[in-house]
Design a protein around this ligand. Structure first.
Ligand code: OXD
Length: 311
């Protein structure tokens, strides 16, 4: 019976995942990308950005687990076996980190910290115009688990907070918009726009010149979803024209961000290397363990992904 777990990631060595899974499931035949051995032994693939076609070469794989909450990295592989279920991690730790990331950059912008840092360098005692929290409107693109947590925390800080999703959602204390009409209405009232959408056929390139133009002048962008949402030239043009006041970007069309990319040195851009939310085996593993047990017991899986919607 194939029962090996393949850990497919070039970002981390999997030692923590092996330890965490073994603590719950007992000793495992746990294989990493460089030591996959006989691929016929592999029952479960834990994957983050797998090389295209690799999972299709596991003849007996029964479950594909996305090691990210986003699954675009898996669905980009057009050879992914269609009949094998895909599940994704649901990681409270990661969700909390993502909210922290958005709140950090939003507060830094809201309280003019970069301007005060420049004033300090120039030894200048200069007070910037004050903007009441009640007048700094937050807009969140995407109201899945991450978007909802982020929205709730912004609202708790007193920011007027709204969110947009494909289908209608109701959330206490959050203004919600949906569909194509709703997007324009959300943008028109968003002084800080936070993107946490899944990357799908419908959302690829959504953050383009038209979308930026629909934001109020001086709006600030925080992108912690995927680089593929953003038309980079359009964002740079919106920053250069002064229509947008700045951007905090964690994700990029090409990762690692190439050294020659203008984002690295743009005075209005903050770049971080896809760290907004790191998968943490401690908080991500319970659902994975449950699914491995369910798979082996022939029970229904949780956190399944619909390949058609892309999340
Ligand atoms: C994810 C990510 O999808 O970290 O979880 O990008």
């Amino acid at each position: 019976m194939p029962d090996a777990i393949a850990y497919i990631s070039r970002d981390t060595d999997g030692v923590l995942w092996k330890k965490t899974l073994e603590a719950a499931l007992g000793p495992l035949d746990f294989r990493t990308l460089d030591k996959l051995g006989d691929k016929a032994d592999i029952e479960v693939a834990l994957a983050w950005k797998p090389p295209a076609g690799l999972i299709a070469s596991f003849p007996n794989v029964k479950l594909i687990v996305s090691l990210g909450m986003g699954v675009d990295h898996l669905l980009a592989d057009d050879k992914l076996p269609e009949s094998v279920p895909i599940t994704r991690i649901m990681d409270d730790g990661l969700v909390g980190q993502m909210s922290e990331y958005a709140i950090y950059w939003a507060l830094r912008h809201h309280r003019d910290i970069d301007k005060y840092a420049a004033s300090q360098r120039a030894k200048q005692w200069k007070v910037e115009d004050f903007v009441d929290t009640l007048h700094r409107r937050i807009g969140i693109l995407g109201l899945g688990t991450i978007g909802q947590d982020t929205a709730k925390k912004f609202a708790a800080l007193g920011f007027p907070t709204a969110g947009w999703s494909r289908t209608q959602k109701t959330l206490p204390g959050i203004e919600t918009f949906h569909g194509a009409d709703g997007l324009g209405r959300l943008l028109a009232r968003s002084d800080i726009l936070v993107n946490v959408l899944p990357l799908t056929r419908d959302t690829k390139g959504l953050l383009d010149a038209r979308l930026f133009a629909a934001l109020p002048k001086g709006a600030y962008l925080i992108n912690m979803a995927r680089g593929g949402h953003v038309m980079d030239d359009d964002l740079l043009a919106a920053l250069d024209s002064g229509h947008l006041s700045g951007a905090a970007l964690d994700v990029f069309n090409t990762e690692p961000l190439p050294p020659e990319h203008r984002y690295w040195t743009h005075p209005k851009v903050h770049v971080t290397p896809h760290i907004a939310g790191a998968t943490n085996p401690r908080t991500a593993s319970p659902g994975v363990i449950e699914n491995i047990k369910n798979l082996r017991a022939g029970k229904p899986l949780i956190n399944t992904v619909d390949a058609k919607t892309g999340y």
